[in-house]
Design a protein around this ligand. Structure first.
Ligand code: M6R
Length: 365
């Protein structure tokens, strides 16, 4: 049931404050300001040799964000690859390593094959899945559920933000176990996490501005997305979302890679969407924005008031996100990224919920 929405995707975007809140309630012990995983894990983060993450599409981008979190919060070495590569690379996996698979449907053929490979190699396995009765949920040795509820739109939205939420909780739990986070640091992170549903509701308020911007973006043939740190996978996710439902060609790049090639594309016909919360590396991204501006590129900044002021650049639009702890930025910034793709597709009259050539669940390779 779409309720009052035109498309499932719109409904699912708007549901995010609620389902992320529900997911958080499952993973956070509010009274004590700490993460409390719903299920004891059959391995110890403290002694893990390595974390190997594998998934496809949007779930893979959630994993890429999680790589930054596990490395910085838990100092855990992480490798990550798309499942279609992992399964045929047959990577050597260290003893006492954990393979983490991420899947909304829990039925994605390549992800399942990678999970089976990891199990056969004697790895610990953990699945972040949205469908609790799925094959991946059944076969993994442990499951961390996302409580997004059924996701109908082919473009993944609420499953993604719930995946990020669960992954951040897992990274915090890993940090505690490995002694890289003390109780007060954990409390600060949990405090940041519990503000997320409210911040997402704030982000949704930009929808009017995003709708206007989408009319401009819909005219473009190519769009570039840039970001650094955890905003880099968000740039990849933004580009995927736009291309899959609006059929506009889009590419996501690490902002620092701009001068290694993609800068050759920049002119006033290629909008450049810069995802840049005001974090520790914001200034670096400002230099990249200046490079774009100097070549006549039109910038859309998805950022915050402090960043917009510090950058002091003319933009085509600035989508103003609330002030937040940068650690949770990917979850909140998912909202404008999704809304922009959604409205661009609507402007172009595309079939938002069932884009051509795509299936909700890719059960064949
Ligand atoms: O069900 P899964 O999470 O395993 O699906 C993975 C991808 O097929 C999926 O995220 C796909 O990329 C979406 N259409 C992206 O919006």
């Amino acid at each position: 049931d779409k309720g009052n929405y035109r498309h499932f995707m719109a409904k699912e975007i708007h549901e995010q404050p609620e389902v992320v809140g529900r997911t958080l309630a499952h993973y956070v012990d509010l009274a004590n300001g700490r993460v409390a995983l719903p299920e004891a894990l059959p391995f110890d983060f403290a002694t893990l040799s390595r974390l190997s993450i594998t998934a496809c599409g949007t779930a893979y981008y959630a994993g890429l964000v999680a790589k930054y979190w596990f490395e910085s919060l838990a100092r855990l070495p992480v490798e990550i690859d798309v499942a279609s590569e992992t399964r045929y690379r047959e990577p050597p996996l260290e003893a006492n390593g954990l393979t983490l698979v991420i899947s909304q449907s829990g039925e994605t053929a390549d992800t399942l094959a990678s999970l089976r490979y990891a199990k056969a190699q004697g790895q610990h396995t953990l699945a972040v899945v949205n469908v609790p009765t799925s094959t991946i949920a059944r076969e993994a040795s442990a499951v961390a559920p996302t409580l997004a509820g059924p996701e109908i739109g082919v473009a993944s939205t609420k499953a993604f933000s719930c995946q990020l939420t669960v992954l951040l909780c897992l990274a915090i739990a890993a940090g505690r176990a490995r002694g890289t986070l003390d109780a007060s640091q954990e409390r600060r992170l949990v405090d940041a996490l519990i503000t997320v549903p409210g911040l997402m509701a704030e982000a949704v308020k930009q929808e009017g501005a995003i709708e206007g911007l989408a009319r401009e973006i819909a005219k473009a043939r190519d769009v570039l997305y840039l970001g650094r740190g955890t905003a880099y996978p968000m740039a990849l996710e933004g580009a995927l979302k736009l291309k899959e439902i609006s059929y506009i060609h889009a590419e996501g790049y690490a902002a620092g890679e701009l001068k290694h090639g993609p800068i050759a594309l920049i002119d006033d016909a290629v909008p450049v969407i810069v995802i840049a919360p005001h974090d520790a590396i914001f200034e670096k991204t400002v230099s990249n924005m200046q490079e774009v501006a100097a070549r006549g590129g039109r910038i859309v900044l998805i950022g915050d008031a402090r960043g917009a002021e510090a950058a002091g650049l003319d933009t085509l639009a600035t989508l103003m996100m609330p002030d937040l702890d940068p650690v949770v930025a990917p979850i909140v910034y998912a909202v404008p990224i999704q809304l922009l793709a959604y409205h661009a597709a609507v402007v172009l009259g595309k079939d938002v919920d069932q884009p051509r050539n795509l299936a909700k669940s890719v059960t064949v390779e």
